[in-house]
Design a protein around this ligand. Structure first.
Ligand code: DGL
Length: 279
C-alpha cells in the first residue's frame, strides 16, 4: 500500500477502473470485503487490451478513465488493472492528489513477500506489466535480497475471456508458458503472483502445473484486503449517506461487457445495467 494512503472517506463511492471486464475479479473481492459500500466500475472496453500497449498510451488512457470517475464523485480509486497499476500509478497520484489511489501491485507484492520462505518470487502478467517492472520494484522495496522472475503470459487473457478455464487447451497453454520457464530456474520459486486481472479464473489450472511447492498470490484478493483496512480506519468518519450498490460503465460493447463480465464478477450482469460512456 502506498505510503500516502489515507483512510477511505466514508460516504463517497469507490471507483474501480480496469481496461475491460477482468477487473471485475477485483470488484468481486472488494464487495466481499465491503458489502455496505457503493462502487462505480469503469471498464475501458473500447481500448482493451492495455497489456500489449506502450507505457505512454496506458498512462494517457488511465488518466482519462480516472478523470471520469472523479467527475462521478468517487473518493477512492482502485486501479484494478495490473498493467495500468504497473505503469500509470505515479501519474495518477500526481494528477489526482485529492483522492486515494490504490493499485494492485503493492498489495500483491506485500502478500508475496509475507509468504515466501526462500525469497524467490515468480510473477506472471501481461507484457506491459512485466516490462514495467513494478512488481520487481515493489518486492525489492520490502525484501531487497529477493529474486524475482517474471513472465508475460498474454494468451491467458484471451483464454479467460473465452471462458476457457480448464481442459486440454488451457492445460497445454499453461504448460507451454510455465514448464521451460520454471525448469530453467536454479532455485524454484515458492510463491507465484497472479499479476493480471484475468488470471484468478485460471488459478486452478495454473496451480496444477506449478505444483504443490508453489503458493499462488491473487492480487485481486490482496488488494481487497488492503482496501478494507483503509475503510476500517475510516469507520470513525461521518457517513455522508451513500448506499451499497454497483454501477457499471463501459466505453464499448455493453452486451459483451455484461456477458463476459458476469463470469469474472461471479454474478449476473444485465445489458441494461451497463452505461456506455466516452473517455
Ligand atoms: N487488465 C489487464 C491486466 O490486469 C489485462 C487485460 C489487458 O491487457 O487489458 O493487466
Amino acid at each position: 500500500l502506498n505510503a500516502r494512503a489515507r483512510p477511505l472517506s466514508a460516504g463517497a463511492p469507490i471507483g474501480v477502473f480496469d481496461s475491460g471486464m477482468g477487473g471485475l475479479t477485483v470488484l468481486a473481492e472488494l464487495r466481499r470485503e465491503l458489502p455496505q459500500r457503493r462502487f462505480i466500475y469503469l471498464g475501458d472496453t473500447a481500448r482493451l487490451p492495455y497489456g500489449t500497449k506502450s507505457a505512454s498510451t496506458i498512462v494517457r488512457y488511465a488518466l482519462q478513465a480516472a478523470e471520469l470517475l472523479v467527475e462521478r464523485g468517487v473518493g477512492t480509486l482502485v486501479v484494478a488493472c495490473n498493467t495500468a497499476s504497473s505503469v500509470a500509478l505515479p501519474a495518477l497520484r500526481e494528477r489526482f492528489d485529492a483522492i486515494n489511489i490504490i493499485g494492485v501491485i503493492e498489495p500483491g507484492a506485500a502478500a508475496a513477500c509475507a509468504q515466501t520462505r526462500n525469497h524467490h518470487v515468480a510473477v506472471i502478467g501481461t507484457e506491459g506489466t512485466v516490462r514495467g517492472g513494478a512488481y520487481d520494484r515493489a518486492i525489492h522495496a520490502i525484501l531487497p535480497d529477493a529474486q524475482v522472475s517474471s513472465l508475460a503470459c498474454q494468451l491467458f487473457v484471451a483464454l479467460a475471456e473465452e471462458g476457457w478455464v480448464d481442459g486440454a487447451v488451457v492445460e497445454a497453454a499453461v504448460h507451454r508458458y510455465l514448464d521451460t520457464w520454471l525448469a530453467a530456474m536454479p532455485v524454484h520459486p515458492d510463491v507465484l503472483v497472479l499479476g493480471c486481472t484475468h488470471f484468478p479464473v485460471l488459478a486452478h489450472a495454473i496451480a496444477a502445473v506449478a505444483g504443490p511447492g508453489i503458493r499462488l498470490v491473487d492480487s485481486a484478493r490482496t488488494t481487497a484486503t488492503a482496501v478494507r483496512t483503509l475503510a476500517a480506519q475510516a469507520a470513525t468518519l461521518p457517513d455522508a449517506g451513500s448506499q451499497a450498490g454497483l454501477e457499471f460503465l463501459a466505453t464499448d460493447g455493453v452486451e459483451r461487457f455484461a456477458r463476459i463480465g458476469s463470469r469474472f464478477l461471479g454474478e449476473a450482469i444485465a445489458d441494461g445495467e451497463v452505461e456506455l460512456v466516452e473517455l
